[in-house]
Design a protein around this ligand. Sequence first.
Ligand code: TMP
Length: 246
Amino acid sequence: MRDDLYEGKAKQVRLLPNGLAEIYFKDDATAGNGKKRATFPGKGELCCRISERLLAYLAREQIPTHLVQRKDERTLICRAVEIIPLEVVVRFAVAGSLCTRTGLPYGHPCTPPVCELYYKRDDLSDPLINDDHVRLLGIASPAELATLRSLALTAAQALRTLFLQADVALFDLKFEFGRADGRVWLADEISPDTCRFRDVHSGQVLDKDVFRQDLAELVPTYAALLARLEKIPALQVPAFSHQEVA
Ligand code: TMP
């Protein structure tokens, strides 16, 4: 396998010269740790556009993100980072695996928000782990862990407040982080593939749960979400973000 190419389930990452990487958003979707798979023409473009807007917004909110600029309809140019193998989930309301794990009812508020760590290991089905396991595995230093937890909570709160302007409730989301230039960067994507969005009034599902639970068509759902987000003034930004690459 080429060592400058990483093939993920929904994205392809290609390392470029000058400390950059190209992230190409595919039309593939998986659920249940890859057990359910489908291809949705147009999904990659929608996730790319939504991620670009949200990452650029967070950068303006002083969160260090890996985004440099969008290259085309489904490709982002990003700072190349060494991905820390953790999925950092922030929850504002109980759903998904937290319902299963705690028995709490769907929609029960998480006040204050709950932050969880999952070990990114497909062969182990991405298990839930705690800080001691992170130390045992040597995944991240205590300082890095403190930083990424704080960044995750700050970024999630900022997004939650933002989405309320479009009557969208953020139930939960998953972040990934990476290292470059001696610091921690918010990496990967932020899209309906990695967040749970609900209509504030009707509770309508506006994210990948439509595929996980066979609730509705995925592409029209993602397109409707993007249309709602595009109406938020703070997301009506120029097509390209402005982060400098050192
Ligand atoms: P969960 O309820 O299945 O644990 O998911 C919590 C959030 O994390 C939800 O918004 C979906 C997101 N997520 C991912 O983005 N990738 C994953 O592999 C998993 C398991 C969850």
